[in-house]
Design a protein around this ligand. Sequence first.
Ligand SMILES: [Zn+2]
Length: 412
Amino acid sequence: MATNVRINGQRLWDSLMEMARIGATAKGGVCRLALTDLDRQSRDLFVRWCKEAGCSITVDRMGNIFARRPGKDDSLPPVMTGSHLDSQPTGGKFDGAYGVLAGLEVVRTLNDANYETNAPIEVAVWTNEEGSRFAPAMIASGVFAGVFDLDYGLGRADTEGKTMGEELKRIGYAGDAEVGGRDIGAFFEAHIEQGPILEAEGKTIGVVRGVQGIRWYEITVTGQEAHAGPTPMPRRKDALVGAARMVEAVNRIGLENQPDACATVGMMQVSPNSRNVIPGTVFFTADLRHPDADTLAAMSAALQQECETIAEKAGLTLDFNEIWYSPPVGFAPECVAAVQKAADDLAIPNRKIVSGAGHDAVYLSRVAPTAMVFVPCENGISHNEIENATAEDLAAGCDVLLRAMVERANAV
Ligand SMILES: [Zn+2]
């Protein structure tokens, strides 16, 4: 491809702003919950644009949409990109929609340049990425990747008991294509960073090398409830004092494993939660994250050891449970390299980065060589109506996406 081919940044921005009118909120964000009428409108707009760009459209049984631009050899596995059009109830204009419309802009740019890739190009819209209306998140890309059964996915219900299967039919996106089960040459997802790192360092592109691992814990500390007045300090078994030392340990373990570790206690329940009773029981959660599985395991072991020591010294009993482990994901070296080379060739300031949030690309990486392209968002804020990104950064990310996709589509 001619090295001077660039995506049309204004057209990408205009498409984003037109999409953001569907479900627009007063504070400048969007509310477009999965499989609502607004989700249908956003899908209809995407499908219309893709048809106008000459793509053929396939919808699978989970409602995932695939817009396809043929390759020179149309029998080759497609090089795919995409993201999601659903949002949080108070979501922003760019989370998800950027990855979808950047894919459309890649197709439009290839059309303008009359450029034929060897392998076909596909732009995907994954159903219910956010997990806000139907839990868990990333259900439909998960079914595509074989992580969940189709029946499980279609049976997920919202708080009113309406299932994804029923709602897909209602909005006309219960397709008949098999979900997954086909070869994908490569998958790329462009996304706003949803964190502050790129902006703080003045980098325009994050070359995403993977997604960090997560371990979740539920911890119960039990002491003895007693009157806050007559009970002398040395005789107390104060569960909250013990739990407080454990919270401090969680934080310290995070700080000891910089620059990549995160460690958080986000929820605590004190019982009986009465001002003149020494707390008898405290329940709290811990969330540990790190991109390296061994380091994360070591953090986990350190936390358990610290909690046991604290409990023993204070005469408390400890119930320590790990309830969830999501292993770190390392993206495919050849796809990460394609993103890196694209950013370097375009002389765009970039750095390697690990995603702190989950994305459809996490599941896709199980069935296809995968990588992601991050662009900065203002103050690192996302899942918020004030979420913002600049047209220049979004265009730069789309240029990187174009080059990485073309490189992979021609490498076969
Ligand atoms: Zn997203």
